[in-house]
Design a protein around this ligand. Structure first.
Ligand SMILES: [Zn+2]
Ligand SMILES: [Zn+2]
Ligand SMILES: [Zn+2]
Length: 438
């Protein structure tokens, strides 16, 4: 039985926000507030072979599961450790072949159900908040979300019922999927590539702010929460649930849609960064408000389509959309400056396509345009800024631009030493890359 409580913090009722986490002592910049092992997790299908399914270690010489030949491990210990979860998929993957295609949420929920069956006591991931205490916001689900929820339940039955005896009833599953949707996390690497999905109950206890005082990073399948601002006793500890690039109205819309609340943080009330984020070109005849709004609306639709395409990993669709976004880019460029966040978004997508196509020069020139405005729009310590410097630095080094490469990597390192901590293996790797240039 694990003791409740996390030293230096306490669970409390945050006015207007329900449960929350508060500091009871001082935390310095870069200090680890707490670490939380995943309650359940799953490696994303695209990263199979590059990371160990069990511990998420990234290395070259992993060996594969002899049965399904799809799961890869560091060694026999990792394989044995993973078997209670992998056995839910190993035989099914062989049986279904190419037709085996449950979504990542379905895969994660199957693992949560199995974990719940073998867990009779409070787990080390639930020192402050139990998974069954998660908010589900079932009453606020619209018909589109309800449909998705039903599709997930159907897929769970289809792909897992043979391996999980007596699946919970439909009402319990509806609630569980809703809980995982509002409280789940995606695990990302240092360049913010998606590695997998997981639940970390204690991390989910933290409320959101668009000006957060902590950042969550990952060491394998363990989440680490570090202070990115000084935190004083009595202050609430806030994490960010969303990409903070966008202006207030846009952020509020995303938060309401995915997490069902209207953010009242200082950024959302002062809107101090909105003007810079939405910068308009100085033209002889300034654009009408409606024109700007329709452009933002258009950009958001393209963004949404892109997100869906990525989700379904449809390369053709991705290509069509990247073509569309280059048109959008062109159209928006008549009104928006290159530092406008919707322009930056398009350039980020274009950079992604360049990287995918191995057009390193193209990717580099987009990265150069993005990185400066990024560091203005994002908070002082941001993983988005660090990962952009990292990608750019590695591109420079690949293109034999040594001095520029080292400079960019050092910029990334300065953020990572606070956000990831000085002893993180990602930090060690970047240091090694810099050292190798000497
Ligand atoms: Zn491993
Ligand atoms: Zn297998
Ligand atoms: Zn906010």
């Amino acid at each position: 039985m694990y003791k409740t409580g996390i030293e230096g913090t306490e669970r409390f009722q945050s006015p207007g926000k329900g449960n929350g986490l508060r500091a009871v002592r001082h935390f310095a910049l870069g200090e680890l507030v707490f670490a939380c092992p995943a309650y359940s997790y799953v490696l994303t299908v695209n990263e199979r072979g590059a990371h160990c399914e069990h511990c998420f270690t990234r290395k070259e010489d992993l060996f594969k599961c002899g049965k399904c030949k799809q799961a890869y491990y560091c060694n026999i210990d990792c394989q044995r450790g993973d078997w209670p979860m992998h056995k839910l998929e190993c035989v099914a993957m062989c049986a279904y072949g190419e037709n085996w295609c449950p979504s990542e949420t379905v895969r994660l929920v199957a693992r949560v159900i199995m974990k719940q069956r073998v867990t009779t006591e409070r787990s080390p991931s639930e020192r402050l908040l139990l998974l069954r205490e998660f908010e589900s916001h079932l009453d606020k689900m619209d018909s589109e979300k309800e449909e998705m929820n039903q599709a997930d339940i159907a897929a769970l039955h289809h792909f897992y019922s043979r391996h999980i005896r007596d699946l919970p009833d439909s009402q319990a599953l509806t609630e569980l999927f809703a809980q995982v949707n509002c409280n789940g996390f995606t695990i990302e690497d240092e360049e913010l590539s998606h590695l997998g999905s997981a639940v970390f109950p204690d991390v989910a206890l933290m409320n959101h702010s668009c000006s957060p005082n902590v950042i969550v990073t990952y060491k394998g399948t363990v989440a680490e929460v570090r202070a990115v601002k000084e935190i004083n006793p009595g202050e609430e500890i806030f994490n960010s649930y969303i990409d903070l690039l966008y202006p207030t109205e846009d952020r509020r819309e995303r938060l309401l849609d995915s997490y069902f609340f209207t953010c009242q943080c200082t950024e959302c009330t002062t809107k101090s960064k909105d003007k810079a984020k939405m910068e308009i070109k100085k033209l002889s005849s300034p654009p009408e408000t409606e024109e700007i709004q329709s452009m933002v609306h258009y950009a958001k639709n393209v963004i949404e389509e892109f997100r869906r395409a990525k989700h379904y990993k449809n390369i053709l669709l991705l290509m069509i959309i990247s073509f569309l976004s280059s048109l959008t880019h062109h159209k928006m460029g008549a009104i928006f400056t290159d530092t406008n966040v919707y322009m930056l978004h398009m350039m980020y997508q274009a950079m992604g396509v360049c990287l995918y196509m191995q057009d390193w020069d193209g990717a580099m020139s987009y990265g150069e345009k993005i990185v400066q405005p990024y560091s203005v729009h994002y908070p002082a310590y941001s993983l988005n800024v660090a990962s952009m410097y990292l990608k750019l630095g590695r591109l420079y080094l690949g293109l034999e631009k040594k001095a520029q490469g080292v400079k960019a990597l050092k910029k990334a390192l300065a953020v990572m030493e606070v956000a990831h901590g000085k002893d993180h293996h990602y930090v060690a790797e970047v240091k090694r890359e810099i050292e190798e240039q000497k």
